[in-house]
Design a protein around this ligand. Structure first.
Ligand code: GYE
Length: 349
């Protein structure tokens, strides 16, 4: 076992991610029962379109290489994956790359060595995956991309992508801004907190947003920097933006956590978030929705982290050799203050 494996397993254990013996025994029992009841069905126990509920994982081992724990979105995504694996009777090996590509590559290599049945991962950045994906392909282990895409030209390196249309989310945020300022003479000075540099959501959300606001030259992005999708970095960068002395009419944050950090910076500077500086963000996690209901954020485009059940269905299908669509997109909506207030009591994440 390499040093990495040891460190990795230890940190997973500390965070409670390693399966307990009790749970493994329970899963084996579920697996045996499923086998006994399965007869000649070799379809992996998953009927098309069905949810992953009710087990049927039949001794499938899934290696999942997560981005990190950078945001409320990510926490909800991790929980959804862990809960659904358990419910589907799939043996989950889970790793947290702490937003570092080299950690994710090591985790994927370790899953290949362990001969897991399926590998799924949410690539921290878009580029640089061909080598490790080819290694998985040579080992005959199917790969599923969740949440974030890769820019590999060779589409045979992965079976499918499950996640959101980030360009669309950027368009929705931008369209709200254009409408909000339709009667304003301009200029409208926009500060932008970008997500992790090189990540699909940062690239795509910027693209969609910019396409909308460039319809009118009065909109200008005057300051733009990465806040790495975290609250702490969002606050730090917003403080620097405010200290620059440049006027800011609106903040576009690529996720709620950075917007929440920026709110602290804006209040710290004696200004009112949502009024003196309007804020538009993406995700619609609980804390973001609360800030929207409180009038501190003005608009949020939703991005759903609840990918677990669909992922487990795909894992079973891919393991059974069934064909799956090349791309599966999550359905999402948008929220203004009234919609957020109405949705909050039932919000799942
Ligand atoms: O918007 C952000 C998270 O990849 C969609 O990553 C995900 C993004 C999400 O850190 O909060």
């Amino acid at each position: 076992m390499s040093t990495f494996d040891t460190v990795w397993e230890t940190s997973l254990e500390e965070e409670g991610f390693v399966l307990s013996k009790k749970r493994v025994v329970a899963m084996l029992a579920v697996g045996l029962l499923a086998l006994a009841g399965c007869g000649s069905d070799d379809g992996g126990g998953s009927s098309s379109g069905a949810s992953s509920g009710g087990g049927g994982g039949d001794n499938i081992t899934l290696g999942f290489a997560q981005v990190g724990a950078e945001s409320g979105w990510r926490t909800a995504n991790t929980k959804s994956i862990q809960d659904s694996a358990k419910e589907a009777g799939i043996d989950l090996k889970f790793s947290d790359a702490q937003q570092k590509q080299e950690n994710q590559i090591k985790a994927i290599r370790s899953y290949i060595q362990q001969k897991v049945d399926v590998i799924a991962f949410s690539p921290v950045v878009e580029s640089g995956w061909d080598a490790v994906l080819n290694e998985a392909k040579r080992a005959n282990i199917p790969v599923i991309l969740t949440d974030r895409a890769v820019d590999s030209q060779d589409k045979s390196l992965y079976k499918t992508f499950l996640g959101s249309d980030f360009v669309k989310e950027g368009h929705e945020a931008g369209a709200w801004v254009v409408n909000e300022y339709k009667d304003a003479p301009g200029p409208v000075n926009i500060a932008e907190l970008q997500g992790t540099t090189g990540s699909a959501p940062a690239i795509d959300r910027k693209e969609g947003f910019t396409a909308e606001i460039s319809k009118d030259p009065k909109f200008k992005i005057t300051q733009s920097q990465t806040g790495e999708f975290t609250r702490a970095k969002g606050k730090e960068v917003m403080e620097a933006f405010l200290k620059s002395g440049k006027k800011i009419d609106l903040l576009f944050a690529h996720n709620d956590d950075m917007a929440l950090g920026a709110i602290e910076a804006i209040e710290g500077a004696g200004l009112k978030p949502g009024k003196d500086i309007k804020i538009v963000s993406i995700d619609a996690v609980h804390d973001g929705m609360q800030a929207l209901a409180d009038g501190k954020i003005n608009f949020i485009a939703e991005c759903s982290p609840l990918l677990g059940p669909q992922l487990m269905d795909l894992v079973k299908k891919v393991k059974a050799g069934e064909s799956v669509p090349a791309r599966i997109e999550t359905e999402e909506t948008t929220f203004d203050q009234a919609a957020a207030t109405a949705a909050l009591p039932d919000r799942k994440y």
